[in-house]
Design a protein around this ligand. Sequence first.
Ligand SMILES: C[S@@+](CC[C@H](N)C(=O)[O-])C[C@H]1O[C@@H](n2cnc3c(N)ncnc32)[C@H](O)[C@@H]1O
Length: 172
Amino acid sequence: MPASKEIFQKYLNPIFIETGTWHGDGVQQALDAGFKNIVSFELSTELHYLCSKRFEGNFDVTLFQGDSAEELPKFIKHITTPIAFWLDGHFCGLDTAMGKKNTPLLEELEAIKAHPIKTHTILIDDLRGWTKELRGFDTLDLMKKILEINPNYIFTLEDGFIPNDILIARCL
Ligand SMILES: C[S@@+](CC[C@H](N)C(=O)[O-])C[C@H]1O[C@@H](n2cnc3c(N)ncnc32)[C@H](O)[C@@H]1O
């Protein structure tokens, strides 16, 4: 679940960038929400292949296979418009992306920090899983990292898999 058209359409920007394509449901919800440029990164070659088939012929959707910790910084260097980031790439128990870097969230936020635009909208899914015990950092650490990008970010929560499971950071 979690990705939802109703949530995404509140945060429309010229580009939607997702980390963790999974089976493409987030991409579909972003399309349904009205995003016109959708980019998604997936570590698993199998899932990337399946999603490439699913969105074949849809020129609003660009899919990359690779580790978002490495690929996201390279890609966003070329972007000059505001982005809505859906940061959702991580090992989730059933996928095939094991063994490589599968908690790229801090590196993704570093890449966003290095970008010249400091007002991108950032959505982070699965807050329930970001604990020091499981991942080495928690939601408060994520918020601190986002405030390093720009101290004017404000935070709200949206419901996902469980209530208040999605962190929204934006500059008004
Ligand atoms: C929770 S699922 C994503 C769900 C999807 N975003 C949606 O809204 O339907 C997490 C995905 O992240 C992928 N993943 C894990 N580590 C990754 C990494 N370092 N770079 C890119 N994708 C990664 C996994 O293979 C898995 O498909």
